[in-house]
Write a protein that binds this ligand. Sequence first.
Ligand code: G5P
Ligand code: MG
Length: 221
Amino acid sequence: MFRMVILGAPGSGKGTISNRIIRDFALKHLSVGDVLRSHVNNKSSVGQEAESYMKAGKLVPDATMVKLISYELKRLDSVPWLLDGFPRNVSQAKMLTNISKLDLVLSLDVPNQIIIDRIKERWIHEPSGRIYNTSFNPPTVPGKDDVTGEKLTQRPDDAPEAVGRRLTLYSDNTKPILEFYAEKHILKEFRGTESNEIYPRVKLFLEEIIPKELHILEKSN
Ligand code: G5P
Ligand code: MG
């Protein structure tokens, strides 16, 4: 059973690269941020607790995250998956080790200044998690989702102050978490500034390590 995690700073392109991975490989994408946002929308008890942390660009407390992730991963017990947004610190990484064996941790390393410019232009379709950017991948009709035609929104945590806090939080936690996975020999880092340039390298690498039966072959026409 192939299982992988994608790590990277806020706005580094985890969602963008994940969407391409699941287009090319039969993995189930679990975006923890999307799961949390749907809890916030539904005003569940997890959502009510998470909302103020998320809006401020802080991490939701580990105890809540551990319960949420255990529940979500139990539902994916018999499928190969790609986990986006978890773990965010070494204690979450250790907890994940107790739930599941990982085959790969892929880390995106994109300079902060590039990220700050991208995030200003991000728009999302919240119900599906589809991601747009007014210059990189704009919607066909401005402000509307390509598939449903519904309104796009901006994330409350994409306000400049919260973005600054999210980037600092990420850089404080990055080194220990990367070291944790490097010691387990499952870490692979990709550095770059453009998802269109990073993804072909990611794909070539994944083709070598993801079992063939999970490769989605391109249609001939
Ligand atoms: P999230 O939702 O996991 P982040 O902050 O980790 O949020 P985010 O913001 O979702 O990560 P991303 O997925 O890495 O970023 O990036 P993306 O959306 O694909 O790309 C960003 C923008 O750039 C998009 O508009 C995209 O179109 C554009 N783009 C992509 N590539 C390019 C390019 O090459 N060029 C250009 N010009 N543009 C490009 O977590 C949210 C919050 O939930 C809580 C925390 O509060 C967190 O802050 N949370 C947790 N709390 C505790 N523990 C956990 N494990 C938690 N997980 C989530
Ligand atoms: Mg994301």
